[in-house]
Design a protein around this ligand. Structure first.
Ligand code: ADP
Ligand code: F6P
Length: 319
């Protein structure tokens, strides 16, 4: 029976991570399991940057964005020797198992540690929604609402000036934020790496929009596809639509977590501790058709997340 658990947040932060930390900490304490917060992700694990949690440690954080544990990217953790040093630090205070809240990179770290004898459970904490085998990741809903809020504001000025507005959003290799925000705000076009980027097609669609009775147009595009400021110039020159580009950036990662993210994070945090209590490791927590379930990290990391394009294809007909 596990007696002491650590919890860390790693990779890009996501609104709702604190609610997950709180759920892990309080579930442990309710079960009589000691619990430590690990600062700065795997870096803090390696450096022994631990805080022993009591009931008060996670007070008033369920509604706060970011992560009270701080997050970091620590590529050194790929080195087995660095992981051995981290395990030695955990042993010094008696941490036997770990809950890792983060994205797919963080899952790799959790899997490697499990292989070295430390049971780890991953919780999907990333705004990108890019983890396979879970319908939602913690932070996605809040980030999506932040983008929709920004698009609503851009729509006002875009409409007033009869302009085309291009908004670049986060999502690295996953277009879920762009697709869902595009649908929610009635965008003229959504461009993601999965949908594909064809500059001629973009110009064609916007030219047609300009020639129709459309007063303005909104394009939502995922980051790392093209330089949106250059694209705006090309669109303006080719279509006659005065065009402005905006990059929303890290604004999408902050803010008060939505109710959905808080609930998801709370449920996942409880379940992660139950898995560790049952002696499980190398698993991650997923949300599938409304249920919280455990999945093998190896399987989850073994395939690409499928984006549901049908929702976009249906919505685009509503333009
Ligand atoms: P995310 O978890 O959001 O995908 P990263 O890809 O930056 O973010 O990964 C977070 C951290 O997980 C990395 O900085 C590193 O410490 C750890 N990590 C990533 N890949 C591995 C790996 N193959 N082995 C061990 N640790 C890893
Ligand atoms: O993975 C979350 C994420 O916000 C991505 O959408 C984005 O590409 C990346 O992190 C940005 O990372 P950083 O904060 O290190 O610039």
């Amino acid at each position: 029976m596990v007696k002491c658990i650590g919890v860390l947040t790693s990779g890009g932060d996501a609104p709702g991570m604190n609610a997950a930390v709180r759920a892990v900490a309080r579930t442990c304490l309710n079960k009589g399991i000691e619990v430590y917060g690990v600062k700065l992700g795997y870096k803090g694990l390696h450096d022994g940057d631990f805080i022993k949690f009591d009931r008060h440690s996670t007070r008033n954080i369920i509604n706060i964005g970011g992560t009270i544990l701080k997050s970091a990217r620590f590529p050194e953790f790929k080195d087995p020797e660095v992981r051995k040093e981290a395990i030695a630090k955990m042993k010094e205070v008696g941490i036997e198992a770990l809950v890792v809240i983060g994205g797919d990179g963080s899952y790799h770290g959790a899997l490697e540690l499990t292989k070295m004898g430390v049971n780890c459970i991953g919780i999907p904490g990333t705004i990108d929604n890019d983890i396979p085998d879970t319908d939602r990741t913690i932070g996605f809903d809040t980030a999506l609402n932040t983008i929709v809020d920004a698009l609503d504001k851009l729509r006002d000025t875009s409409s007033s000036h009869q302009r085309c507005t291009i908004l670049e959003v986060m999502g690295r290799r996953c277009g879920d934020l762009a697709i869902n925000a595009g649908i929610a705000d009635g965008a003229e076009m959504v461009i993601t790496s999965e949908i594909g980027y064809d500059e001629k097609k973009v110009i064609e669609v916007l030219k047609a929009a300009k020639q129709s009775d459309k007063n303005h147009a909104i394009v939502v595009i995922t980051e790392h596809i093209t330089d949106v400021h250059e694209l705006a110039k090309k669109v303006e020159a080719a279509t006659g639509f005065e065009t402005r580009a905006n990059v929303l950036g890290h604004m999408q990662r902050g803010g008060r977590p939505s109710a959905r993210d808080r609930v998801l994070a709370s449920r996942m945090g409880v379940y992660a501790v139950e898995l560790l209590e049952a002696g499980k490791g190398g698993l991650c927590v997923s949300y599938v058709h409304g249920e919280i379930v455990g999945k093998e990290i190896t399987e989850v990391l073994g395939h690409k997340r499928k984006t549901d394009f049908s929702i976009y294809e249906d919505a685009i007909k509503l333009r």
